[in-house]
Every structure is written in C-alpha cells, then in structure tokens.
Ligand binder design. Structure first.
Ligand code: AMP
Length: 191
C-alpha cells in the first residue's frame, strides 16, 4: 500500500450494518479503510461497530487514519457505538446524523449494504441534483452486488425519469483503490 503525505481529505463511507453473505464484502470494506488510513485521510461514517461499518472503521484506524463517527442516541446500543474512534459524536436524530456526516465529508462512497446504505447514497445524489452541493460520490460494486441497481438506474434514464447527466454523476467502480482515487481527484477539482 503506497504511503502519501497526510491530507485534509475526508471521505464519508456508507455501508451495511451487517456483514453480508460473502466474505468479499468485508474484504472490500477492509481495503477501503486501509486506503483511507494509509493516505492520511479521514473517514466519516455512522459511528457503529457492527457489520461492514465497524470493519471499515477498524481498518482505517489500524492503517493510521482518523475516523469521525456520528450516531443517534437511540442507535448507540443497536449499532454498538464504536469506542475507539478519533471522535464519536452522539446526536439526537437521524437527520442530524446525516447532516453532520454530509458537512464533514469532501466525497462519499457507498459499499455493499442494505436500505440504510441506499437511503444515504440516494439522498446525497438527490441533494446534488437539487443544487445543495457539488461533492463527488461513488458506488463500489463488489462481486456484482449492485448490478441490478445499476441496471435500474439505466432503465430510469431510458424511461425518461433520470437525465443522463445526473446519472453520470455516480462514479461506479469494482476496485476500491481505483474508485477512491477517482473520488479524491474529483473532490480536489471542486474544493
Ligand atoms: P443498512 O445498510 O440498512 O445496514 O444501514 C447502514 C447504516 O445506515 C446504519 O448505520 C443505519 O443506521 C443507517 N441508516 C438507516 N436508515 C437511515 C436514515 N434514514 N438516515 C441515516 N442513516 C440511516
């Protein structure tokens, strides 16, 4: 893993609060955390210790990165608030959580996950469409997990519900390092 100078780059990671059925999902979350940590970046995420969330946070910390977590009080037990983070902010509501995660991040990446992960990615995307921000966001498609979603997005375009320009905003990749580099480059242009 190449070492570079620490930067102020802050990447928000959306991913499952479960591990998923394939070991490849945890392996990808580990790769993402290792990349963030070894490049001196900061990971921003939902603050939990469970599932892929915990895997990515632990890998970031182990590789020397900083991790900023934001968790609502009522999820502290369910998602097991991570005690070892650089900073764990406990907030009152889901909306406060998402707002703070959004504010602290320069870019966003969704790994494999469930409806919470979908919700977070799509909200960031719709906020871009509405002109709320211009931060880049991407989707890590591990083992084809998101192939049906990508097909649905293309169908939205062909059926006239999504513009090709907005469709193209979502950076999709199968390789963690390659996708994170693209997000970093896109954020650098916009900062
Ligand atoms: P999941 O992908 O369903 O395992 O959820 C991943 C993360 O998304 C978990 O930390 C959930 O608490 C979080 N999440 C679920 N729904 C929401 C929501 N409406 N706003 C913010 N985070 C959410």
């Amino acid at each position: 893993m190449p070492q570079t100078q620490p930067s102020d780059f802050s990447l928000c990671v959306y991913c499952g609060s479960r591990m998923g059925a394939q070991p490849a999902f945890a392996a990808a979350a580990t790769q993402v955390g290792q990349w963030i940590g070894s490049h001196g970046w900061q990971m921003v995420y939902g603050g939990g210790k469970v599932g892929l969330m915990g895997i990515a946070a632990d890998a970031t910390l182990a590789a020397g990165g900083t991790v900023f977590g934001v968790i609502p009080q009522n999820l502290l037990d369910k998602e097991v608030g991570h005690p070892g983070l650089t900073e764990l902010r406990v907030v009152g509501t889901m909306h406060e959580r998402k707002t703070l995660m959004f504010e602290r991040a320069d870019a966003f990446v969704a790994l494999a996950g469930g409806i919470g992960t979908f919700e977070e990615l799509f909200e960031i995307w719709t906020w871009y469409q509405l002109g709320v921000h211009s931060k880049p966001f991407g989707l890590l498609n591990t083992n084809g997990y998101y192939d049906p979603l990508i097909a649905m997005l293309d169908r939205m375009v062909s059926e006239g519900f999504l513009s090709p320009a907005v469709r193209a905003l979502l950076l999709v990749g199968t390789d963690a390092a390659e996708l994170l580099q693209r997000l970093h480059a896109a954020a650098s242009v916009k900062i």
